[in-house]
Design a binder for this molecule. Structure first.
Ligand code: NAP
Ligand code: ZN
Ligand code: ZN
Length: 351
């Protein structure tokens, strides 16, 4: 039997969220039915819901930072049992056969991973023919895309780790952040603030590059060693050639070339923020110091579990503002205005 779930959907790009009832598929042998307790609001939800990337289908139910409890399992499920604390991030399936999938990098699946919302699927997978995300009381996900949330982290502060956490953890691991490495994080919002905590826990020397100094005290509390305002041109003169690794989490256009110049010899700047417009870098900036420009997309399922275990071990959770479902529209406006400390999380009990 399928499950009727309450959800909050946007009916059109310029509409307001409204309460709807959606259908979740009947459990297949490998499916897990999750009672969603908390859903984080990622800036990607906003880019999608407001159709800033194009291709959004409506009604749109966003949400890919999902934390909850297992309510039922299919007959062949072995990884999870009823009552378990679990999470779902940005993906709910992938081909499982291509080289990236076999390397536990499902986010780079050559067939295209099935994303948690707005991905085309068989109507048997999600009635309606496209996926609907975590702004909902229930979700059904195949067991391999459901991770365990360790006891040490509250479900509410764990939810944002499912996207923001792994999106920062993955490049920090890939470019080997740790003792002796100078890491800068541009933008201290939802992604950036967990990045500061994780990079500091890995032992790197962490610098925040924020547009003002207004969040400096928080940045230091999260573990940053240094904090600079990018609204001050002196910052770019002082920090030239300083960093081994720079992670850009900014959701808006940036003068990228200015930031590339802050890299040391062989340093890498990784694009994580996804505004829709192109950005430019001068060839001389790259060649001059053998600098690299790279990008990174979330992280695989195994690495998502590794990140949650790491966060539990280091006492890391997101800093959140818990909201009710009828506050999603105003929360979106506040995220766009950079007025969030540091992630909005929807309490689904209010649905
Ligand atoms: P967020 O909470 O809104 O944080 C973005 C931060 O960027 C803000 O807190 C602000 O930091 C800075 N910022 C915003 N507007 C700015 C402007 N006009 N100029 C300079 N700085 C500005 O968003 P988020 O949820 O962390 O997401 C950030 C971006 O990452 C989004 O584009 C999202 O789609 C993308 N994303 C990518 C991945 C991936 O896998 N690559 C995963 C998740 C999200 P300060 O106030 O500190 O300057
Ligand atoms: Zn996200
Ligand atoms: Zn694949």
């Amino acid at each position: 039997m399928s499950t009727a779930a309450a959800a909050y959907a946007l009916p059109a790009p310029d509409g307001a969220f409204e309460k709807v009832t959606i259908e979740r598929r009947e459990l297949g042998p490998h499916d897990v039915l999750i009672d969603v307790k908390y859903a984080g609001i990622c800036h990607s939800d906003i880019h999608t819901a407001r159709d800033e990337w194009g291709g959004t289908r409506y009604p749109c139910v966003p949400g890919h930072e999902i934390a909850g409890l297992v309510a039922a399992v299919g007959s062949a499920v072995t990884r999870h049992k009823v009552g378990d604390r679990v999470g779902v991030g940005c993906m709910v399936d992938s081909c499982g056969k291509c080289a990236p999938c076999l390397a536990d990098e499902e986010q780079y699946c050559q067939a295209g991973a099935t994303m948690t919302y707005n991905s085309t699927v068989d109507p048997a997978v999600q009635p309606g023919g496209y996926t609907m995300g975590g702004y909902s009381t229930q979700v059904v996900v195949t067991e391999n895309f459901v991770v365990s949330i360790p006891e040490g982290i509250g479900l509410d502060v764990a939810a944002p780790l499912l996207c923001a956490g792994v999106t920062l953890f993955s490049p920090l691991r890939h470019w080997q952040a740790g003792p002796g490495k100078r890491v800068a994080i541009i933008g201290m919002g939802g992604l950036g603030h967990v990045g500061v905590k994780i990079a500091a826990a890995m032992g790197a020397e962490v610098t925040v590059l924020s547009h003002s100094l207004s969040k400096q005290e928080d940045g230091k509390r999260f573990g940053a060693n240094h904090y600079y305002a990018t609204g001050d041109r002196q910052t770019f003169r002082e920090l030239r050639g300083r960093f081994d690794l720079i992670l850009n989490t900014v959701s808006a256009d940036l003068p990228l070339d200015d930031y590339m110049k802050l890299l040391n010899l062989d340093g890498t700047l990784v694009i994580l923020g996804l505004p829709e417009n192109p950005m430019t870098v001068k060839p001389f900036t790259l060649a001059g110091y053998r600098r690299s420009l790279a990008g990174s997309m979330i992280g695989g399922i195994a690495q998502t579990q590794e990140m949650l275990d790491f966060c539990a071990q280091h006492g890391i959770g997101a800093e959140i503002e818990l909201i009710s479902a009828d506050e999603i529209d105003s929360a979106y406006d506040r995220v766009v205005a950079s007025d969030v400390r540091y992630r909005f999380v929807i309490d689904t009990a209010t649905m």
